[in-house]
Design a protein. Structure first.
Length: 691
């Protein structure tokens, strides 16, 4: 005899039989989607419903199948279903609570999939009714707060977070989700903070908690007072801040580890042989496959913490021994342990990592959240070809901008007593081999930030030029140098690498002037680069490590004078032809005055020295000796405001970027909250003794 086949809530006796049996829960759903009150035929209807295993697939499909005014005709029963779900959350019977939570998830998604023309108020009316909405949502939020803060299982708390994420992300634009007004009024901020403050819970649920908080912070943030913004900005709970830092660090660390393992696997296999033969012809394509999809939701959470909360800056510098995170084995309390396919997508789920006991060996290399983030940036910023990666790179640079502007952050970035070995990833390019330097010196973290900026500038001079990212990179360098000048910090850094990168950017702008001007205003970037050189010329004696460094700066300007001469000719041409670029080009012309004075002062003296000594080509040391002997006769013009910069503000300049970013994150979260994510198989096993 053929075995019964179960499919979508239907139980078929055999392939030849016409009689079809339905699960009891499906029959009860069918009763709800009638115009009559289901209680008329069964007074214990609602009590029985929440004892049955939820069939989310059937429930959502049923809601989606309704057409025209059918949904409105079912409104009273849907209101009743929502009401009894909320009532059930108050019960002690955990299986009933789990079923109610899952039913709410399906109900929310199913109703929102109807794309009601007046998204918001109509949705509220269908789900709970206008008259009852305030009371129902207050009851729901009180119950969720109680469950999140109570002694229930991790799985139950995790399902509460999933419901909240589902509730927030059912609309494409969360600011149009009027239900969130009730979450603003009935705050769950303290419940989120308790999760992040409790190590055992934070290990498993911290990821969902920080993503939830980041989304709540972005609800109508430019339109009205958002209590989550206020509370996050004044949060000074050390346990909660450290817990947030641990969640961010673990997730970023897992991304870095995953990339590194793929990189090593590729280099050790046939990939290595092929690239040796063909001369790195396919290295760009191979590198793109190495890097998994970036995690915008995590970056948004890190950004909000850094941008809003001054106390969080200290968390960036909390040192701990460097460790390789391990993916935990699957357990009853961890139903969402990530698979390899998940690691290639949205990294990671809420329980992707557990804390490993840190070794106490004093010789172990130390790390912190900022180091982990810099390594992450060095991976993410390699590829900016598609919009998703471009947005991730931009957000990384915005976060670094906020850090570079903070006084306390700069104090530990430049502290000689806080040195680290930071192994940044370098993008493979045809003119250089990808070499991982295992002998990276231990240096202040400001050196690693500068290395990252130099690396980006040298590796993204391409046809589709990321102008905005270059402006941010140069601005970050400027902010660090302003701090060094102000506090007279002499950072032992190889400044020649930065100077070479800046000059390379100028040469690229010049060689692609026509093409670039068709897409961008290139003059603000040119001005930023020139003014960085002016910073070194005017204030270099206050922050360059040695007098010899100042000599090397002049040597580099003189050696590459052709680039500055060509830049001057180009901006002079645009500033005198009354075209659209006249004003921005004129600013660059004025900024070049000291660089041209240096070139015009020293070049004749160097040529004279070579002629007198009958030398066809001077050595570097001979040029430096001429420079040292002729400083006294050099006249420079004092330029104003070189050590001042415009501080970062999100509104209004970045408002549209974050609006679109939150839309993208909301869509990702909505996709992640699949039927599988909300499955209760593990939950039922956990609560089987209570049934």
């Amino acid at each position: 005899m053929a075995q019964p086949e179960k499919k979508s809530g239907l139980l078929r006796k055999s392939s030849g039989s016409k009689k079809v049996f339905k699960e009891k829960v499906v029959l009860m759903y069918d009763e709800i989607f009638k115009t009559e009150d289901p209680v008329q035929n069964n007074v214990r209807f609602w009590e029985e419903l929440f004892l049955l295993k939820v069939n989310l697939e059937y429930l959502e499909a049923k809601l989606e199948s309704l057409v025209g005014d059918q949904l409105m005709q079912m409104k009273d029963n849907i209101n009743s279903l929502f009401h009894h779900c909320v009532l059930t959350l108050r019960e002690d019977h955990q299986i009933r609570v789990v079923n109610a939570l899952q039913t709410l998830c399906g109900l929310l998604r199913g109703v929102h999939q109807k794309n009601m023309p007046n998204t918001g108020f109509d949705i509220i009316n269908i789900l709970m009714g206008f008259d009852n909405a305030e009371e129902e949502m207050k009851s729901l939020m009180v119950s969720l707060d109680s469950l999140l803060c109570g002694d229930g299982s991790l799985s139950l708390k995790g399902l509460c977070l999933k419901l909240l994420l589902c509730l927030i992300t059912v609309t494409g634009n969360i600011s149009q989700n009027t239900i969130l007004e009730y979450i603003m009024i009935n705050s769950i901020f303290e419940a989120i903070i308790q999760i992040l403050s409790t190590p055992q819970i934070q290990q498993h649920l911290g990821y969902d908690a920080v993503v939830l908080l980041a989304l709540l912070v972005n609800y109508r943030k430019y339109e009205s007072a958002n209590p989550y913004i206020v509370k996050l900005s004044i949060l000074d709970d050390e346990m909660a801040l450290n817990g947030t830092g641990l969640v961010l660090s673990r997730t970023l660390c897992e991304y870095n580890r995953h990339y590194k393992s793929k990189e090593e696997e590729a280099q050790g296999g046939i990939f290595s042989t092929i690239t040796n033969i063909v001369g790195n012809m396919f290295i760009g394509e191979a590198e793109e496959k190495l890097s998994p999809r970036t995690n915008e939701s995590l970056l948004l959470a890190l950004y909000e913490a850094v941008h809003l909360n001054r106390n969080f800056i200290a968390v960036l510098a909390h040192s701990h021994p460097e460790m390789e995170p391990a993916t935990p084995p699957q357990s009853p309390s961890s139903p969402n342990t990530p698979t390899n396919s998940q690691l290639d997508g949205n990294l990671p789920t809420s329980d992707a990592l557990v804390s490993t006991e840190l070794p106490l060996d004093p010789n172990t290399q130390t790390s912190n959240l900022l180091i982990t983030f810099l390594k992450y940036c060095s991976i993410v910023m390699q590829d900016t070809k598609d919009e998703h990666r471009l947005n991730s790179a931009k957000l990384c640079l915005i976060i670094l901008t906020c850090i570079a502007e903070d006084q306390y952050a700069n104090s530990f970035l430049h502290d000689d007593n806080m040195t680290f070995r930071v192994h940044l990833h370098r993008m493979p390019m045809r003119h250089r081999k990808k070499v991982v330097d295992k002998n990276v010196p231990s240096r202040p973290l400001a050196c690693a930030v500068l290395d990252l900026m130099v690396e980006f500038m040298m590796t993204h001079m391409m046809k589709d030029f990321p102008m905005e990212l270059y402006l941010r990179c140069v601005a970050i360098v400027q902010k660090l140098i302003c701090y060094q000048k102000k506090c007279r910090v002499r950072l032992h850094y190889t400044w020649q690498e930065l100077w070479a990168a800046l000059i390379s950017v100028l040469k690229f702008l010049l060689s692609h002037e026509t093409v670039l001007l068709g897409k961008h205003n290139i003059f603000p970037l040119a001005l930023q680069v020139v003014n960085l050189f002016n910073m070194f010329i005017t204030y270099g004696d206050t922050f360059l490590p040695t007098p010899g460094s100042y000599d090397e700066l002049y040597y580099e300007i003189i050696r590459m004078h052709q680039a500055f001469d060509n830049l001057y000719s180009m901006v002079l041409r645009h500033s005198t032809n009354n075209g659209q670029w006249k004003d921005p080009a004129s600013k660059v012309t004025q900024a070049l005055v000291n660089i041209r004075a240096i070139v015009n002062h020293f070049n004749p003296k160097i040529e004279s020295f070579a002629a007198v000594n009958h030398i066809s080509q001077l050595s570097e040391e001979q040029v430096l000796s001429v420079v040292r002997c002729n400083y006294d006769t050099l006249t420079l013009k004092l330029q104003d405001s070189l050590d001042h910069y415009e501080r970062y503000t999100e509104q209004p300049r970045e408002a549209s970027f974050f609006t679109q970013l939150v839309r993208s994150i909301s869509a990702d979260v909505r996709r992640t909250l699949s039927l599988g994510t909300l499955s209760q198989e593990v939950l039922l096993k956990e609560f089987s003794t209570i049934a």
